[in-house]
Ligand binder design. Sequence first.
Ligand code: EPU
Length: 416
Amino acid sequence: MNKIVIKGSVPLEGIINIDGAKNSIVALIPASILSKSIVRIYNYPKISDVYVLIDILQELSVSTKITNEYIEINSSNIKNTPLTTTKMGSLRASYYFMGALLGLFKNTTLRLPGGCYLGPRPIDLHLKGFETLNCRYDINNELIYLQADKLIGKEIHFPFPSVGATINTMLAAVLAEGETTIYNAAKEPEIVDVANFLTQMGAKISGAGTSIIKIIGVKELHGTDYVVIPDRIEAGTYLILGALLGNPLEIHRVNYLHLYAILTTLNKCGVKTYINDDKIIVYNSNKLLPTDIVTDVYPGFPTDLQQIITTLLTQSHGISTVTETIYSDRFQNCQELIKMGANIVINDNKVIIKGRTPLKGSEVVAKDLRGGASLAIAGLIAEGTTIINEAQHILRGYSNIIEKLQNVKANIHMST
Ligand code: EPU
């Protein structure tokens, strides 16, 4: 299995360029099949989830070309093959093939999604969306069967603004008959990105980025060239790193409007950041202050940065708390941080962090993507050598992370 080896406590300086958003591209790739002409996606992140989704496209007889700059997807010979291989279960975002294949063929069979364990991750809201559009479903032996005679636009009221269910409903609705309205839609920038992508392909969508999204079904979609938005979680991760070790670090190719929650949190912790258009300069702070964080849907503090900010708070002088409201079990990194010397107490959905405690290099395990990133940052600030086992989790979501960190003088490498 993959390991990352880090010799820590080295100040970092230079530029880190942010790539396209993981949680956007993982929806754009399945969404591409809704057009039978060529779609090109630029600024894609070089992450393993992308390569798995491209492999899945091949099972559908969709041809793809990958260059360093773009992914080209040509679905002119697409076949509605049941997607039952274990690849489907190796990541969460394979669930976007449900909405896309249902939208295109009105029926599909797929293996249920997998992804990081963060507590139970049901897909009932996705199914509620499909059912409202006139689809029947059945789940048996890890397989889901979706079937509609025709998809008919309706009003859908979600009890919670789920990112995945909002996107999946959009995917199923763009080619449906009539008008679909999603109430209590998720408002994350990735929702807007997917809506913009579909709109460029000829879909009629309004309201993305607000809690009411309207979709008027069209007969077909055409090809397009599209540039993915910057990854706000990747940017937030490196901003947190800069707050700890930046001498300074410059984070380039960001959209700072998407980073409000993390920038204000860093500011509360006494971190200095300077924004200039799509660049942010961040200096390490000599005396980090404690704070209290509660995760929330966008524009609140993102759950995907919760584990990473926890590493920073181990270096704040005083008591901090982090309350997780989106997932029931997203603290698996804390045991590993404790091994490295952190003082963290877990209480249901809240952790209490007493700082500052120096961290020492240790052998730890990445149990999930963002938890793994939190350990990489811990390793970079720790004295001595840290070995992160199961590092493949980190590569699922951070584009060229080793090269990017080496470029800013980190002592980090992969090992087997
Ligand atoms: N939920 C349900 N039923 C559903 C769908 C969601 O109960 O049908 C619950 C989930 O179990 C969870 C909460 O609602 O407790 C939030 O789920 P949501 O659907 O909003 O998230 P998701 O689509 O499963 C995406 C990202 C996650 C990110 C969340 C929240 C992808 C592939 N994943 O997940 O990203 O945490 O939105 O922003 O886009 C990550 O990047 O590390 C990651 C986990």
